[in-house]
Design a protein around this ligand. Structure first.
Ligand SMILES: NC(=O)c1ccc[n+]([C@@H]2O[C@H](COP(=O)([O-])OP(=O)(O)OC[C@H]3O[C@@H](n4cnc5c(N)ncnc54)[C@H](OP(=O)(O)O)[C@@H]3O)[C@@H](O)[C@H]2O)c1
Length: 294
């Protein structure tokens, strides 16, 4: 028996299997397309020819495939095994797979990787986990080979919620940067010259996040400096500048619409944090509460 199996040897699965081998673990690998296992076999991995064979070869299997459909197509019942699914998923998909596993006497841990393949095994990488806490404890030494371990709770959907929240924030940042870069390019200014200024500005603005988070949790959106009204008045300039240069304003338009709606709903004097309340429509589920309060 190997210590661990890895199912899926794409860019990320290969990095995960490599980190386990580097850590001195015995590893059985499987990939739908067999040739991707060759490099890992040279480094000492056992190669299984079927997913079932890989699952039988170790007490715990790390699964890292394209998406939930690929995972569902691949997994077979091998009672007693623990699945650690690091495939990007929705909370509902992870809850569904946890249920699938439980009905087959298998243990399920969901995971969301906060790293790119080159970061795996470095201190910069971490993975959100949720689901069976005992399984996490039993296999913690293996999982720490990938990077930091962040357990988010017994509900198997929790890791995906955290993963998707961080990705959402990341895409907001990248989306803003891409529009800014298009605006700068349209003026014939090299983006590389302005990029350090954008980075400095974004870094400074992250200082506002703790107070915004507290405001969203408490519901007290009293503005201390910048009001929604001030921002709603300035924002159209940003949209006009894009329009006048023939830019596609698709990445920035929705924020302008939300600001306008906030003012017309009577939130003009509030802090920007009030927009989160508008997005979830007041549907907040507090910790340990089953009901969603409107
Ligand atoms: N790469 C990143 O930066 C990164 C970062 C964080 C999280 N992730 C997540 O990690 C997961 C894997 O990403 P990746 O970068 O490794 O992707 P990838 O390089 O495209 O690899 C995809 C893997 O899924 C397999 N696969 C696809 N459809 C399948 C099916 N129907 N049945 C069986 N196997 C199937 C592929 O097998 P074949 O080789 O046979 O096609 C391959 O092993 C994704 O959920 C991704 O969101 C990736």
């Amino acid at each position: 028996m190997s210590d661990v199996a890895v199912l899926g040897l794409g860019a990320m699965g290969s990095a995960l299997a490599g980190a386990l081998l580097d850590g001195g673990h015995t590893v059985t690998v499987w990939n739908r397309t067999g040739h991707r296992a060759a490099a890992l076999a040279e480094r000492g991995a056992e190669v299984a020819t079927t997913a079932a064979g890989a699952l039988r070869a170790a007490p715990v299997a790390v699964v890292c495939l394209t998406d939930d459909a690929a995972v569902r197509e691949t997994l077979v019942a091998v009672p007693g095994r623990t699945l650690v699914n690091l495939t990007n998923s929705t909370p509902e998909q992870d809850r569904g797979l946890a249920d699938w596993a439980a009905r087959r006497q298998m243990t399920y841990l969901a995971g969301g990787i906060m790293a790119v393949p080159s970061m795996i095994g470095t201190p910069a990488a971490f993975v959100f986990y949720s689901g069976d806490a005992g399984a996490l404890q039993r296999h913690r030494a293996l999982l720490e080979r990938f990077g930091g371990v962040e357990y988010t709770g017994a509900d198997p959907g929790r890791a995906a919620v955290h993963d998707l929240a961080l990705l959402t924030a990341m895409y907001g940042m990248f989306g803003g940067f891409l529009h800014a870069a298009a605006l700068i390019s349209a003026e014939g200014i090299p983006v590389a010259g302005v990029e350090p200024l954008i980075r400095g500005w974004l870094t400074a603005m992250t200082g506002a996040l703790p107070a915004m988070a507290s405001a969203i949790d408490s519901g007290d959106h009293t503005a201390t400096g910048s009001t929604v009204r001030m921002q709603a008045l300035a924002y159209p300039n940003l949209l006009d500048a894009g329009r006048e240069r023939g830019l596609d304003n698709g990445l920035v338009q929705p924020m302008g619409e939300l600001l306008t709606r906030a003012v017309s709903s009577g939130h003009g004097d509030a802090d920007l944090s009030v927009l989160a309340t508008m997005l979830h429509g007041g549907r907040v589920r507090r910790e340990n509460e089953q009901q969603i309060d409107p």
